[in-house]
Design a protein around this ligand. Structure first.
Ligand SMILES: [Zn+2]
Length: 246
């Protein structure tokens, strides 16, 4: 009887240790997987609230969280709706000003003062996209005292996740006008996704403005191509903020 009890105790202890090891191992695997996961930071600039909001369901369909770099002086209804759906509100100046040619006062009023206005209404602006992709080192230095990440608007750039925590990162436009056909667009996207897939923990920034058929928009068909292909390949869509907190 005594022996039976001892055997039972050993068995229970063993099972407990195995379970604990399993959970810890699981956490470690999850962490490694998270660090290795590559992704896209997809963004939309300016202020196209209606067009963006009409596509919230499409983003959900492919588990895509995106960043909207808005031009407005204070949070609008759209900003609240976007955050409720898991997206990020980033900033793009109040009036889409070219900061390189603006005075110091104007830079402050357009890009820095609004941070406090948004904060008072519950928005922590930590990501900023330069209007016209226009920037210089001096602006980077100044704005990085107020934002975590500053985004450019011209080039394809494959970066490591750690580079998304702080500093300047570029981003590739996916506006309709930049690609002569759907085929050319899809070919470029396939190349980008393949490169992401080969590079552990790599991140690429893509952006457009509204969703539709205009020149400076991305068509619904092309947008869905990006969302669907990435989703199929297990490439994740991150907001800028998510990677800053990573
Ligand atoms: Zn813009």
């Amino acid at each position: 009887m005594k022996r039976k009890k001892k055997t039972l105790m050993i068995l229970i202890t063993g099972m407990f240790l195995l379970t604990a090891a399993g959970i810890l191992g699981g956490i470690k695997i999850y962490r490694v997987h998270k660090a290795h996961q590559c992704g896209i930071v997809l963004a939309f600039d300016d202020y196209n609230a209606q067009s963006w909001e009409e596509h919230f369901d499409l983003f959900d369909q492919y588990d895509a969280k995106v960043t909207f770099f808005v031009n407005c002086s204070e949070p609008t209804d759209f900003c609240y709706h976007a955050v409720e759906r898991g997206h990020e509100i980033g900033f793009h100046t109040i009036n889409h000003v070219d900061l390189k040619t603006a005075s110091a006062d104007e830079v402050y009023a357009q890009a820095i003062a609004p941070i406090e206005v948004f904060r008072e209404k519950g928005f922590e602006l930590t990501s900023f996209a330069y209007p016209f992709g226009s920037y210089n080192e001096e602006l980077n230095e100044l704005l990085l005292q107020h934002y975590k990440v500053l985004r450019g608007a011209y080039h394809y750039e494959l970066v490591g996740k750690h580079q998304m925590r702080n500093g300047f990162v570029d981003s590739l436009p996916i506006d309709n006008v930049k690609y002569s056909s759907d085929e050319e667009f899809e070919k470029r996207i396939d190349e980008i996704l393949a490169e992401l897939d080969e590079n552990t923990g790599a991140i690429v920034g893509l952006y457009s403005h509204a969703i539709g058929d205009g020149d400076w928009c991305v068509s619904e068909k092309r947008l869905e191509y990006v969302l669907k292909r990435a989703h199929e390949m297990g490439i994740q869509f991150y907001t800028f903020k998510e990677l800053q907190e990573n």
